[in-house]
Ligand binder design. Structure first.
Ligand SMILES: CC(C)(COP(=O)(O)OP(=O)(O)OC[C@H]1O[C@@H](n2cnc3c(N)ncnc32)[C@H](O)[C@@H]1OP(=O)(O)O)[C@@H](O)C(=O)NCCC(=O)NCCS
Length: 112
């Protein structure tokens, strides 16, 4: 949307990053079966711009599951003008930590 863009019509990197953080948090929360927090973002790489009118698609995959943390590989793809070519615009690895009710790291349940 225009409110997410700079005067040149390109979407702010921070907006894209926040969508990826939301997607990664959903994925990590489902995996951990509890609340999670983002503890680190690394290897973030902006490859192509996102334009007003593009649809942003975010894909998540667990790269590493530790005792209380998970490294989630996230890729964002833009569907140009909603219907056109699909191009990879950004990728990065986000680390989430599973938290107990008091916000302390807590072990991640075994996958069923
Ligand atoms: C998440 C938080 C509770 C972790 O606390 P902590 O004292 O670092 O906890 P620990 O040292 O026990 O580490 C917990 C896990 O996180 C991992 N971790 C901690 N810092 C990390 C970093 N910078 N990069 C990658 N992993 C990290 C540890 O390796 C550990 O993983 P493991 O149990 O799978 O081996 C604390 O850092 C926090 O509250 N951060 C703020 C989170 C937040 O608000 N995020 C939103 C952004 S505003």
């Amino acid at each position: 949307m225009p409110a997410d863009a700079n005067p040149s019509g390109d979407i702010f990197g921070g907006w894209v990053l926040s969508q990826m953080d939301i997607a990664g948090g959903i994925h990590a929360g489902q995996r951990a079966q509890r609340r999670v927090a983002t503890v680190a973002i690394e290897a973030m790489h902006f490859i192509r711009p996102v334009h007003i009118g593009d649809v942003l698609c975010v894909y998540a995959e667990a790269e590493r599951v530790g005792r209380t943390s998970m490294a989630i590989r996230l890729e964002a793809w833009a569907l140009r003008k909603r219907l056109g070519d699909r191009v990879k615009v950004t990728e990065g690895i986000f680390t989430f930590v599973a938290l107990d009710v008091e916000g302390r790291p807590t072990p991640i349940a075994e996958a069923s």
